[in-house]
Design a protein around this ligand. Sequence first.
Ligand code: FEO
Length: 169
Amino acid sequence: MISDKIRDILNEQINKEFYSAYLYLSMSAYFSEIGLYGFSNWARIQSKEEIDHGMVLFEYILGRNSQIHLAQITTPSFDMSSPLAVFEQIYKHERSITAALDSVAITTEGECDLATRNFIDNYLKEQIEEEASVSKIIAKLKAFGAEKSALYLIDKELQEREYSQTSFL
Ligand code: FEO
């Protein structure tokens, strides 16, 4: 059993993960609309991974004999002025998710819940990878993205991304 405080903050995190899935899915649609199908593929796979993150939390709460509260998911909105603008927002969004997970970790320590603290470490490690991969795409877009032929090559590269279940599942 987990405390009510831990239950509530984990339920809030489920909402953030599913919001992330919505956000990436809407970005995937935007990239498809402007013909960047590789970018669209990348965002769609990211959306699937976010659903995985939400579902792992869901199973964890149930597994700890606690309660699920699924809150409303906010409609995503983002600046569609360029692929670089979108990825800069992705980076900012992932930084906010990292901060939210830091808060979860701090709460587990306050509640002396070391099992959940250990569980959340998986998410913190995942965030390091996500922030790093998004940073690399931003760097490429900044270096070459103004050239259409280079954007085409970056798009081709992102088309190669394949879905694999999140490593800590
Ligand atoms: Fe599940 Fe991108 O954080």
